[in-house]
Structures are given as C-alpha cells and as structure tokens.
Design a protein around this ligand. Sequence first.
Ligand code: ATP
Ligand code: MG
Length: 378
Amino acid sequence: MIFPDAMLGMLGGGQLGRMFTLAAHSMGYRVTVLDPDPLSPAGAIADVHLKAAYQDREALQQLADTCIAITTEFENVPADSLNWLASHCTVRPGGDAVAVAQDRIREKAFFRACNLDVAPYAVIECDSDAAQAPANLFPGILKRARFGYDGKGQARVANADEARKAFKEMGAESCVLEQRIALKCEISAVVARGADGAGRSFPVSENRHRMGILDVSIVPARVAPELAKQAEDWALRIADKLNYCGVLAVEFFVTETGALMVNEMAPRPHNSGHYTIDACVTSQFEQQVRTLCGLPLGDTKLLSPVVMVNLLGEAWQQGAPQWDRVLNLPDAKLHLYGKHEAREGRKMGHYTVLDHSAEAALQKAMITRAALYPDWHD
Ligand code: ATP
Ligand code: MG
C-alpha cells in the first residue's frame, strides 16, 4: 500500500484531475499534474504542475522520478506514454486497457467478446464499407472510432448515401456506423477494481443528455432494480476481463423494450459519477486514489437520493450565473472547476441537489437549472 504523503502523478489537468487532486489532498497525498495548459483546473491546485506535452520525454521522466504511482483523467492520453511510465513506476489503469477504450472499433469488439449486447453496428474504414452498409443500421449514427467526446465526431445518417457523405466529411477516418436505438433512457455504472481483483460498483445513474452532452444525472436511476443490477454486473465483468485496476465508467442504453445495451466505456471517473462526491460514503475520486495506492476499496453506499446538473459555458451567456439560485438551496452543493473562459458546451462546473427522493431532488434541480439557463426552453 502507498500511504500519505506520497506523491501521486496525474496525466491531464482537467476537472477530473482537479477532483482527483482534491480527494488526494484531503487524504494527505501530494499530486503532480502533467498538462500543457498553464491555466488547467488541476494544475492550478496541484503541488507540482508540469506544463509540457503528454509525450514530452523530459516531463515523463520527471513524473517517473518523483511520483510513486501515476494515473490519468482522460482516455486520449497517449497509450505509449502510459506504457513508458509503466516501465518505471506503478501506472493504473494500464496502457492496454486505455488503448481499448480509445478506439470504438476495439471497444465494441471487446464488449462482444465479453458476451454483452451492443447496438447493431458495422465498421466503416472506406467509402465502399459505407456504400454497402447493411440496411438495418439506418437510421444510424456514424461515429469516429477515435478522439470523439461529448457527441463530437458524430453524424446522424438516414441511408448509405448520407453515410458516405458524412464519412468523407469526417476526414475518411475509421468509423463505426451504429443503428439508432429507440431509447427508454440511458444509465451508467461507475465501478472500481483493485489490483487484488476486488470490484465494487457505485449506484447506477440515470443520465439525460442535451445536444450530445450530459445534462442531468439522477440517482437512484428510475429503472427496475434487476436492470440496475445487470448494468453493475456487466460493468464489473468488463473490468474483470480487462484485468483492470482503477475506476471505470460504463455507459448503457436502455431500449424501449427494456433491454440493456453497452454504449461505451471510459477508463477513469465519469461525469455521471460526480454525484458520489456529495451523496456516497466514498466518492469516485477517492476510489481512484484508493485503487492507485493499493488501499482497500471504499464503501460505495448511497447516503441520499441525488440529482446532478452540469454547468456548461452557455450559463455564462448573460454574464456570471445567478449563483444565489444554487447557494440559497440548503441541500444543494456547488462545484466549479476554475476554468477561465466560458465557451459553449464547455463543462465549467456542476451542482447536486439532495432530497428524500430522486423525484423531489429532480424537481428542485430543474427549477434552479431553468434560472441558470434562461435561454434554454425544454
Ligand atoms: P461522451 O464522451 O459525452 O459520453 P461521446 O461523444 O463519446 O459522448 P456517445 O456516448 O457515443 O458519444 O454518444 C453521445 C450520446 O448520443 C449518447 O449518450 C446518446 O444519447 C446518443 N447516442 C449515441 N449513440 C446512439 C445510438 N446508437 N442510438 C441512440 N442514441 C445514441
Ligand atoms: Mg458517451
């Protein structure tokens, strides 16, 4: 076990790295963040901020020399950098698991190999793949295999011609074409798995998206308990088969007929798990510290129903948001990430509302959300 006040390394300085750093600090650890952005949210609070590229050999060497264990907060960190670091110190999760999550083609094949259901899809590597795509995949969604997030690198396509066009417009890079599923809702499971193979899931979250970006998470998810259990089991099975060490998030579709399909995974804590900070015995970020340091997993029990709402750059459209709308609620918690520029679609922060039921929390959270996003009408 790695005990405080050891120095831990974090590749990536975004909000996930920041919340990891906060959790690590409160347990007495120190953190070095690698991120080229001098204003990065995690760099701003880290003990050491290395401002260099993720492939910068000198910076990686310094991380390896000064940190006892290293983790990451985003899946597009070069797997090569993780593998190089792993030859010098403990790296969790490993580069191999991250590489699977970086590529939708490998990821979907992996889910299938785990015997889990996914939306029907085809791999599109060239124009003729798009031209000959099976008719049952339409209407569909073409997704770039790599470097997509928050709905970016995706196009809705009604037929093979549109798929060809979208494939070309997206740079003719490898894609998957997925059948568009009629959704009852979306849920996610954040799980943790220790180096000893012990696994534990946080309560499943019900997720609502707006413009391809997570908007609201509701916990407990309003689905049958058996379905929530199935999602937890599937996520733990994925972690097992990957021989994963760390925190892993798995997103699911619940179809109109009530069936579960795996959408994608993220080899890190997840936006839909932010509720754990305020509503669980252990947060997903403390769990990340625990798995990184070889400590036993913390209890994931939910202490209260909770709703999380994302604060995107749009909320700044008419100047600083009316924070009193959140702060006046005694059972709400505000989290801001310290980002300097509020751009549309940029995740600037979130808030949670706790109440005796998810419905009650949702009602309060949505009234506040309407005040914070005066231009949204939905
Ligand atoms: P993020 O990184 O924010 O999770 P992403 O860019 O990786 O997003 P996906 O999770 O694949 O993209 O898709 C974003 C959202 O688009 C999904 O949460 C879902 O709402 C919708 N979506 C994606 N694929 C499908 C599908 N096959 N059928 C129906 N809806 C879909
Ligand atoms: Mg997603």
